[in-house]
Design a protein around this ligand. Sequence first.
Ligand SMILES: NC(=O)c1ccc[n+]([C@@H]2O[C@H](COP(=O)([O-])OP(=O)(O)OC[C@H]3O[C@@H](n4cnc5c(N)ncnc54)[C@H](OP(=O)(O)O)[C@@H]3O)[C@@H](O)[C@H]2O)c1
Length: 254
Amino acid sequence: VTGRTGAVVVGARGGLGAAFVEALLATGRYATVLALSRSAAREPVADPGEESADAPPRRIVAHLDLLDESSIRDAAALAGRLGEPRLVIVATGLLHDAATGLQPEKSLAMLDGDRLARLFALNATGPALVAKHFLPRMPRDGRVVFAAISARVGSVSDNRLGGWYGYRASKAALNMLLRTTAIEWARTARQSVCVGLHPGTVDTALSAPFQAGVPPGRLFTPARSAALLLEVIDRLEPSDSGRVFAWDGTEVPP
Ligand SMILES: NC(=O)c1ccc[n+]([C@@H]2O[C@H](COP(=O)([O-])OP(=O)(O)OC[C@H]3O[C@@H](n4cnc5c(N)ncnc54)[C@H](OP(=O)(O)O)[C@@H]3O)[C@@H](O)[C@H]2O)c1
């Protein structure tokens, strides 16, 4: 770890994203933690701090909207200026949205083209555009990790219940985009790891309407899930790249 090593969290004001930012600052392993969210101001804001090698990690807050590629490009350039981004976590996602009446589909009859397109834009295209702009800014030598929060329901082979067409399909598409990215990235960055992660069922706004059937002890706080996923990330090898792993370190089948 050098004094210029950076971590990046996209979706830093979400339930899991905010927990990742706090956990990464607490590790002290990164000189900077770049916290990106669509509601942050366009002008980056940094914690006060010195540039010395033993200074505590600094949080830099900046803007990134997954639906605006130029904001992704600008955020990646900022990450490159801050130092060497060695870990990028994309913690954004969309399942439901009361304001626009977006709800997981229970049946084919509920399928709606515009809503499907919105789910794909947020859950699949957005994280892939983050990879497009951030990977070239990440070092080629040494360990580098790009992780996007996926979901077990994005597993095609594990789908026995049906329903949730758009969310499932957009997460499955995300997993394929991550795998394809992993193959390309390994050609230039031998120690690279590009994975999807399943966080368990986590007590956030995204899961709030769907927590009823969750067994006791299986509803994680965001802090618990983020801590478990950071442990999983630490144990991943380049040979794991392109796959999806759950909070307990087991692989989620494609
Ligand atoms: N919670 C669970 O039980 C669970 C289970 C499996 C998988 N996941 C996955 O975990 C990830 C994190 O979800 P969460 O539970 O932490 O939900 P959350 O609290 O709703 O966070 C979702 C985040 O996505 C951000 N976002 C939405 N549209 C965006 C855009 N256009 N540009 C940038 N950011 C945007 C939101 O930003 P704003 O704050 O600005 O709205 C929010 O920060 C998601 O990928 C989700 O699918 C969650």
